[in-house]
Design a protein around this ligand. Structure first.
Ligand SMILES: Cc1ncc(COP(=O)(O)O)c(C=O)c1O
Length: 408
């Protein structure tokens, strides 16, 4: 027996030595009943409906006209895949994008995207040089940034946008302390002042008092800047909350993120646009097990069967981005019916109580999103665990393949 095992092990190793990719490839093929081999779909994946994305962004565009739309594709397009999302939006005529990080802009450029990309984060001198060469739109936060642009030694002008902090309290130039900065900017030899923007901290709240204060601070600064010789062509402020509720903040362009991906930024905004969910997180039933009464399920024995039941095991866990806080709280859709997650969410598996229903291995499971038989709104999942849809889509891990639906 032992020898046989040894032989088997060596045989496998030899195969690996001859062609290390062969084992890999073999694992991902399955034989069709007719004998043909086809590539196997992953069990757990995020289906990204590009047609829904496009319908959302067009709805936003119609609403904000004549302002332009700057799609925010940071954080891998909120987990939806920055490249496929951006490519599709280019096809739809959108031609100016925003990301958070230099690296994100670089990846899009290296993948062939030629359109301008605004970078929200602060760039350091070595990045500024590359950013100018790549034609990225650089955000300025103070006079030091202007000096860094001047010192980058580039012939090409740097297209810059100023981030004005009107109350967000995160990054940007404080709105009432900017006098010398703008003088330096208009006299800068290398900065081409293309834009100025601000960011709301509470546009998604029902009470717009503070959002209005931010908007008037922004307007006040803009009117003070009228005395300058140069003026930026792009003034922009609105995020999803403001797109829904504050039309006075549209200016020349708006910067939607979450609304474009099919979700409201909070439960308190109006529903003036009705977006469609873009991501559906799916898996399959891997195993259905008959479990006796009084039997504990998963780590910590946080759920125990009250009677004999059937438990479906799903190959998805917190390593895929499914929050452990859904333990004993989450629900999934199988064959159009909701079933509860029972027991602790583990790294690679969750357990579902399906009772006596005819659920079988291979059945499709919706964790959130749309299916022909029903929907689980991401907002509902987020609310259960005290977070926001943003965190859930961004949290879907690299292990989960994105499969695109609709024209690429
Ligand atoms: C500067 C800036 N603009 C726009 C957005 C898009 O926001 P939302 O996803 O709420 O539309 C973000 C995202 O946080 C941001 O940081």
């Amino acid at each position: 027996m032992k020898d046989q095992f040894k032989k088997l092990k060596f045989k496998r190793l030899d195969a690996y030595r001859d062609n290390p990719l062969e084992i890999q490839a073999h694992k991902h093929q399955k034989k069709e009943p007719g004998g043909a081999e086809k590539s196997m779909e992953p069990k757990t994946y995020a289906e990204i409906d590009l047609n829904n994305l496009v319908s959302n962004v067009h709805a936003i565009q119609r609403n904000v006209l004549p302002a332009k739309v700057i799609p925010v594709v940071k954080a891998d397009a909120y987990g939806h895949g920055a490249l496929p999302v951006t490519k599709r939006l280019v096809k739809e005529g959108f031609n100016f994008f925003a990301v958070a990080q230099f690296q994100e802009a670089l990846e899009l450029r290296e993948s062939g995207l030629t359109q301008p990309i605004l970078i929200f984060e602060r760039l350091f001198p070595d990045e500024i040089k590359q950013a100018i060469q790549a034609g990225f739109r650089i955000t300025l936060f103070g006079e030091e940034d202007i000096r860094w642009v001047e010192g980058a030694g580039q012939e090409r002008p740097a297209h810059v946008h100023v981030n004005l902090d009107t109350g967000m309290g995160r990054v940007g130039l404080l709105w009432n302390q900017e006098t010398d900065f703008f003088n330096a900017l208009v006299h800068s030899r290398h900065c081409h002042w293309e834009g100025i923007y601000s960011h709301f901290s509470t546009a998604d709240e029902r009470d717009k008092t503070f959002a209005d204060i931010q908007l008037s601070r922004f307007r006040e600064t803009l009117s003070r800047l009228r005395r300058l010789d140069k003026k930026p062509a792009m003034i922009h402020m609105a995020n999803s909350g403001a797109i829904l509720d504050i039309p006075e903040s549209y200016f020349d362009a708006v910067r939607p993120g979450i609304l474009m991906y099919g979700h409201y930024p909070s439960s308190e905004t109006s529903r003036s646009i009705k977006p469609r969910q873009v991501m559906t997180l799916k898996t399959v039933v891997a195993h259905v097990r008959a479990i006796p009464a009084a039997y504990p399920i998963s780590y910590g024995r946080r759920w125990v069967t009250q009677k004999a039941t059937r438990i479906a095991v799903l190959p998805i866990g917190y390593a895929d981005g499914l929050s452990r806080q859904l333990t004993n709280q989450g629900e999934v859709l199988i064959q159009g019916k909701r079933y509860p997650m029972v027991g602790t969410v583990t790294m690679d598996h969750i357990m579902i109580n399906v009772n006596d229903d005819p659920i079988n291995p291979g059945d499709e499971v919706i964790i959130w999103g749309n299916s022909q038989q029903g929907t689980i709104q991401l907002a509902e999942v987020a609310k259960k665990i005290g977070t926001i849809p943003y965190e859930l889509t961004c949290g879907v891990s690299k292990r989960v393949k994105r499969i695109y639906k609709g024209d690429a």
